[in-house]
Design a binder for this molecule. Structure first.
Ligand SMILES: *Cc1c(COP(=O)(O)O)cnc(C)c1O
Length: 468
């Protein structure tokens, strides 16, 4: 299996090469030359498998340059009951109206990002050891990505993490999760500014090509192909858990910001998993909802991106969306290049004439949710089912109930646990969010963080000194 760029300008690469790469050299994203096809025979054989076994069957179709025994070992070490709290890894629960919730947040940082990031940590360590290389990850986070990356990379050989977060802006739970890590390869840097200031520093470091090469700087952002591929697995697992036979079809409802999670659903559907519809749920930042309703994609600037109570979806430029558009325009890299030239020029694009294809061929539909909807959904699910859901998952449930058709089985992806977003849970339910075992007293642990002004040179000096 070889990988090409969505903008058509990259010589085909192996899987291992794509995972250490950020953007492709032509500015596009890596995708396989074609999607492996899964038929009835595979579905019948896979239904019985454990999570790690299923992950092996799916990922080996994509990671063809990794010896199968090595891949199997990496996956057996990644998807364990010890890390995810149960042998099921991603159990499901059913609400009174038949909606199925696929639990993806039982990993170490209580958000679905652990599902892929834990794999990435073990994969990086393996690939770096093979190539005899080192990787220094420089990233920015507003909450979930940073903690998932740090818990995946802590203590790993040949990897250091320098994670910037906006000083004082994350929830106290999120701060405590990251800053209490004592591993010497993890560096927390709080920036006196907003998330965008952190992001700008990452870009400045990336664009200093001499620095980047000398210090082996890399990223773990959501465009990383290995993250997408690891997410494909739980669409298969969710399908098997929500159905009793491979004759059935299900739809998935996915809380979305960067289109990373639902992009994996699109790929599972293209591979032949019996998915009826892919339902994209946004919050007030509804750029994707607008596209799936009108065919117009007009990303907004930071000034028009709202701060909401489902903060991990406060994104108005959906990076992974480019992967879907590549398929939509018949995998024509020159078309994608022209469309994203318009995006970068601030104009966006209009594919209204392909909207029927988006719905019928690719199965997409969408909806959005507001703060009031979120509170109402959290209250309703608590009252009717005795389940406390987090704010992002609530956005998904709201949209799923809105678009559901008679007889349709919808699997709603749970993207985080409510303990991470305690303020909104308190506002909705007038009580504290439930906390899983092992997190009591988290905020009282000693914290390690270095605070800087929003100044890329200060951060570079810090990295230089840490690696000296
Ligand atoms: C990252 C995240 C999302 C959005 O996922 P995308 O892949 O960016 O669409 C939704 N909910 C939570 C809790 C997240 O951490």
């Amino acid at each position: 299996m070889k990988y090409i760029s969505t903008r058509g300008g990259m010589a085909p690469l192996e899987f291992s090469d794509t995972i250490l790469m950020g953007l492709a050299p032509d500015g596009g994203l890596a995708l396989p030359e074609s999607y492996p096809q899964v038929g009835r025979k595979e579905l019948d054989a896979w239904r019985q498998l454990s999570y790690a076994e299923l992950a092996f069957e799916v990922i080996r179709l994509f990671a063809t340059d990794i010896p199968e025994a090595d891949l199997k070992d990496i996956l057996d070490r990644t998807y364990t009951a010890k890390v995810y709290g149960s042998a099921e890894i991603t159990p499901v629960k059913r609400l009174h109206d038949g909606l199925v919730i696929l639990e993806l947040s039982n990993g170490p940082t209580l958000a679905f990002k652990d599902m892929a990031m834990q794999f990435l940590g073990n994969l990086f360590e393996y690939v770096l050891a093979k190539k005899g290389e080192q990787l220094n990850i420089v990233g920015a986070t507003s909450g979930d990505t940073g903690s998932a990356a740090e818990y995946a990379m802590r203590g790993k050989q040949n990897i250091n993490v320098f994670m910037m977060s906006p000083d004082g802006l994350m929830s106290s739970f999120q701060r405590a999760q990251m800053y209490s890590l004592q591993d010497t390869n993890i560096h927390n840097i709080a920036i006196k500014g907003m998330f965008d200031d952190c992001q700008d520093i990452v870009k400045a470091v990336q664009n200093d090509h001499a620095f980047k090469a000398q210090y082996k700087i890399g990223t773990v952002n959501s465009i990383n192909w290995a993250r997408v591929v690891a997410q494909v697995v739980y669409y298969f697992k969710g399908y098997f858990n929500a159905t009793s036979s491979n004759d059935e079809k299900v739809s998935f409802c996915v809380p979305s910001g960067n289109f990373g999670n639902v992009c994996a659903g699109h790929i599972a559907r293209q591979m032949g998993l019996p998915i009826e519809r892919l339902i994209v749920a946004t919050n007030e930042n509804d750029v994707l909802d607008e596209f799936f309703k009108t065919g117009r994609y007009t990303p907004r600037g930071t000034a028009n991106t709202y701060v909401t109570s489902s903060p991990s979806m406060d994104i108005s430029k959906a990076s992974n969306f480019e992967r879907f558009v590549f398929d939509l325009v018949g995998r024509d890299g020159s078309k994608v290049k022209a469309l994203w030239a318009a995006v970068d020029g601030g104009k966006g694009f209009d594919l209204a004439d392909q909207l029927a294809q988006v719905r019928e061929q690719f199965g997409f539909v969408s909806g959005s949710s507001s703060h009031a909807d979120r509170l109402a959904t959290i209250r309703a699910v608590d009252a009717e089912d005795g389940v406390v859901v987090d704010t992002h998952t609530a956005d998904g449930i709201k949209v799923a109930r809105e678009v559901r058709q008679p007889g349709e089985t919808i699997v709603c992806l749970e993207t985080a646990l409510p303990a991470k977003f305690a303020d909104t849970i308190r506002e909705a339910l007038n009580r504290e969010a439930p906390r899983p075992d092992g997190f009591d007293g988290l905020e009282a642990l000693p914290q390690r963080v270095t605070v800087f002004e929003a100044d890329a040179d200060k951060v570079k000096a810090y990295i230089r000194q840490a690696l000296a």
